[in-house]
Design a protein around this ligand. Sequence first.
Ligand code: GDP
Length: 506
Amino acid sequence: MPNPRRTFAIISHPDAGKTTLTEKLLLQGGAIHLAGEVKARGAARRARSDWMKIEQQRGISVTSSVMTFEKDGVTFNLLDTPGHEDFSEDTYRTLTAVDSAIMVIDAAKGIEPQTLKLFEVCRLRSVPIITFVNKVDREGRDPFETLDEVADKLALDVSPQMWPVGMGGLFEGLLDFRTGEIARPEGSSKEYLGTRDTAEIPGEYAEQIELAQVGYPELDLEAYRNGDMTPVYFGSALKNFGVEELIDAIARYAPPPRPQPAGDAQISPTRDEVTGFIFKVQANMDPNHRDRIAFMRQVSGTFKRGMKLTPSGLGKPIAVHSPILFFAQDREIADTAEPGDIIGIPNHGTLRVGDTLSEKNDVRFTGLPNFAPEILRRVQLRDPTKTKQLRKALDDLSEEGVIQVFYPVIGGSSIVGVVGQLQLDVLVSRLAAEYKVEAALEASPFATARWLKGPQEKLDEFERFNQGNLAHDRDGDLVFMAKSPWDVGYQQEKNPELTFSATKER
Ligand code: GDP
């Protein structure tokens, strides 16, 4: 029997401690080793350098996109969400590939803007959330205050599972409600090194803890898995407090791989045939190679190396000879993978974000949308002889999900659309570095775009009267380019037989 899988992401505001916590989780899982562990380090380094050779050959950095580790017979797949402040489609899509999330909050700062945004994305998909209140080794807010903020701002029931006995300079340890044990700080660094006891808790803290235990509901597994309740852990990633308990909680409570929607059907992880979907494509860092890695979230079946899978965007099968799995210690070519696992598939642009892969070409996963862009820019070439290169570049980058591209029905220059400013910066620098295309992004008259659907004759009629506001996307689908949101409403009212959709599912 393969290990149970837990596939999750960490969401947080920059500086809350995501990187530190990730490192500690990997350490716990034995996936990386402490500097002092000389023997283990040698082996790990060798394995690691093998992996890096693969990366160099392919010129692709996949190192931190997916981190797999094992503990106590459970396999954990930790998916990295890009850390910048800008909301990006990439982040959203990564969250479509997980079954649960850990929300890291700084004990002194509480819920910060980026935490809130990412949380809302999780809520859209009812992704269950475990909360980790980090940095209790420092002076922070009163834990009650933090709990109430989570409950109020996120409209979630909170159920504390641990409690700090003092904080900052007064920090005496961390009580685990489940076991009744207190993890203790040790030595001059005040780290947690494995010492636990069940000593009585002194006066005021005892009162606080009693209040916490009667004042909040007990963990209700169903409510958590529905996304209505969050169990709350306290800890210090830096000093290693709460990390063991957190891993234990993920293993114990976080949901196993869930069924995925495919139209009206749900594809269960127990289905025999292998299915999965591409949620991310990462391009080559080396501009001389056009290799990419497509990241497939496996939904069902047991994948075996060399297996033939049919991508929905291609229609004919490809053999997956060199799939990549992501064990942080010894990244290696995968032989098998299970539902919940992520497989990296090297390819030359045949696989696109949103594609379904299946053995029998009989499944189409839905729910990986393109978003109506909120920023639209006209692309102006500095060197008009590079039209072909530009077209190629824009097609490539839209396949990768970096941008969306629209070709106006009338007029020459392409229009790119993004949901965040950062995507535009990435676009300009990659056009120059990888495609040697110098381009400028100029204002366009459009504010947003809507995918059009409806009876053909109505579409034709609409097209006759609105040519100046129509474009085709990368797939040739018709898109209404609106000068304002008001424009969308107006046209929708005038053309009730047509739908103006803000998202498009591939
Ligand atoms: P990220 O931006 O969320 O990935 O945050 P990092 O993991 O890089 O941490 C940001 C800063 O907070 C770094 O200086 C860390 O050393 C520090 N930090 C992280 N966890 C803790 C903690 O538990 N206690 C304290 N005192 N500092 C921490």
